[in-house]
Ligand binder design. Structure first.
Ligand code: UDP
Ligand code: MG
Length: 318
């Protein structure tokens, strides 16, 4: 198998009821692309027949299929990372196994690549999920928009395409908990979003409980922003400032009108001032912790797009 131009990466977790339909829809689309491709299927420790179905599929199309069986359930994003590390295509497209992202959209993602983009995100039109899934994700989207520099309209949609360079940069990140669309976004030079159709889940049920969704969104927030830590410094400084003004006011009042309820409010003012100082201290610690966190995460600091140089041995790259 020589280096394909497109890799399709699909994480699979207990999807036995939908896999046959997935393959029936996917291969014809891929065969019709007119580009070489590989399909990278990752079994994320399924406890149903999914793994053996992937093995069978490998037997059927070994020329274009690669199967990775993980030894346990490590979660959708880790499964995708396992696929990224073993994919070789110039463009890497991720997709859910449940057919909520129609494979027929794949050529449209590739069009954007041909137009020069290196990251194609998608927005689901007429999202077919229950409202208890849609509302929380709207809210979390809004929080993320305000606290990080990541601009993704529809973070939940995994039908996305990344260039080889972006995937390599993601692979170079050794962090433990991550959210791939956001991480990849950091390394994209020219991201773009298109609208795609969204279908009902074909078979089986969503693998995400409310709890695991919350965990995922914490990963997203804490992984890309230290605003939650910085809130304390701002809060602390604001409280100290206000209580300082209050204490000054009480002092002046004492000189003019005399002491209020035996100085109780002055005491409050001083106590609040000290609380503010403590909070500011917590925030300051947060700043250091945030820096330690960024250091430990050890993400590539930048991604070079090209080097133009006349020096011998240097090579321009995209
Ligand atoms: N998935 C996975 N490991 C998990 C949970 C999910 O590989 O621990 C896969 C799952 O098989 C599917 C994709 O991730 O291909 C998205 O999962 P799901 O459709 O359940 O999420 P939802 O569409 O409800 O957000
Ligand atoms: Mg789904």
């Amino acid at each position: 198998m020589k280096t394909p131009s497109v890799s399709i990466v699909i994480p699979v977790y207990n999807e036995q009821d939908g896999l046959t339909r997935l393959f029936d829809e996917l291969y014809p689309v891929l065969d019709a692309l007119g580009r070489s491709y590989e399909l990278v299927l990752i079994d994320d420790g399924s406890r149903d027949r999914s793994a053996s179905m992937l093995r069978e599929q490998y037997q059927r199309r070994p020329d274009v299929t690669r199967v990775i069986l993980l030894a346990g359930n490590f979660g959708q994003h880790n499964a995708i990372l396992a696929g990224f590390e073993r994919s070789r295509g110039e463009v890497v497209i991720t997709l859910d196994a449940d057919l909520q992202n129609p494979p027929a959209e794949i050529p449209r993602l590739l069009e954007q690549f041909d137009a020069g983009h290196d990251y194609v995100g998608t927005i689901r039109m007429g999202r077919k999920d229950s409202s208890w899934r849609v509302l929380p994700s709207r809210l979390l989207n809004a929080i993320r928009e305000r606290t990080t520099r990541i601009r993704i309209t529809d973070q939940g949609c995994m039908l996305r395409a990344y260039s080889r360079a972006v995937v390599d940069a993601v692979n170079a990140c050794p962090e433990m908990n991550t959210f791939i669309p956001a991480l990849a976004y950091l390394f994209a030079r020219s991201p773009v979003e298109i609208q795609v159709t969204h279908a009902e889940r074909e078979a089986g049920e969503s693998k995400y409980s409310v709890y695991s969704l919350l965990r995922l969104n914490f990963d997203l927030m804490t992984g890309f922003s230290i605003v939650p830590l910085q809130v304390y410094s701002v809060l602390g400084v604001a409280i100290s400032l206000l209580s300082f003004l209050f204490v000054v006011y009480m002092g002046v009042r004492r000189l003019i009108v005399g002491p209020e309820v035996e100085g109780v409010f002055t005491l409050f003012g001083i106590a609040f001032f000290l609380i503010g100082v403590v909070l500011a201290g917590v925030g300051l610690l947060g700043e250091y912790v945030g820096r330690i966190y960024a250091q430990v995460r050890a993400r590539p600091r930048y991604r070079v797009q090209a080097v133009l140089s006349s020096a011998e041995g240097e090579e321009a790259q995209h």
